[in-house]
Design a protein around this ligand. Structure first.
Ligand SMILES: Cc1cc2nc3c(=O)[nH]c(=O)nc-3n(C[C@H](O)[C@H](O)[C@H](O)COP(=O)(O)O)c2cc1C
Length: 150
């Protein structure tokens, strides 16, 4: 069944610990399951003195996605939130996950040239000016890459 989706990026406000990520994921998994939202969250460690960056896919009902997007975008733990892709697609890619998660250390992104600088100023400049495409395909491929090391 066709499903709506949205991908955004943002920058962490403060250094993000494993505990912070666990809290975000616990909350996400509880809420998203109730709203029938699935998706994936990537955290890239900071570069250029930044505190780290997020990329998140939300998939589900358009109204539920918008409600959740507003909630997430109001969260002071991140800033510079930019929606980089949205639309509808034939089916969910993360139907088993109310929120899948993967860390993205710099070397793990080397195989994805357009996203290798996720977490850098340059990447966010490209997002601001609409020069990022293929984020959904990237998230799917990144999820499947090196699963044993994740
Ligand atoms: C990067 C990031 C991603 C988040 N993703 C989700 C999410 O998918 N689902 C969710 O319910 N909360 C998510 N949150 C948490 C929300 O922003 C917010 O803290 C939470 O929904 C507040 O719930 P409460 O008002 O019931 O405490 C995320 C937060 C951050 C920083």
């Amino acid at each position: 069944m066709a499903v709506d989706y949205l991908v955004y990026v943002s920058q962490a406000t403060k250094a993000v610990s494993d505990g912070d990520l666990k809290d975000i994921l616990a909350k996400s998994r509880e809420y998203n399951a109730g709203a029938d939202i699935s998706g994936m969250l990537v955290f890239a460690y900071g570069r250029d003195g930044r505190r780290g960056s997020f990329m998140q896919l939300l998939e589900g009902d358009a109204g539920e996605i918008e409600t959740l997007r507003e909630k997430i975008f109001a969260d002071p733990r991140h800033h510079t939130k930019i929606v980089i892709e949205k639309g509808s697609k034939a089916e969910r890619d993360f139907s088993d996950w109310s929120m899948a998660f993967k860390n993205a250390p710099e070397d793990s992104l080397a195989a994805f040239p357009a996203f290798a600088d996720l977490g850098s100023d340059h990447f966010f400049e490209r997002c601001q000016t609409g020069r990022i495409s293929g984020s959904l395909a990237f998230l799917k491929d990144f999820w499947d890459a090196d699963r044993s090391d994740a």
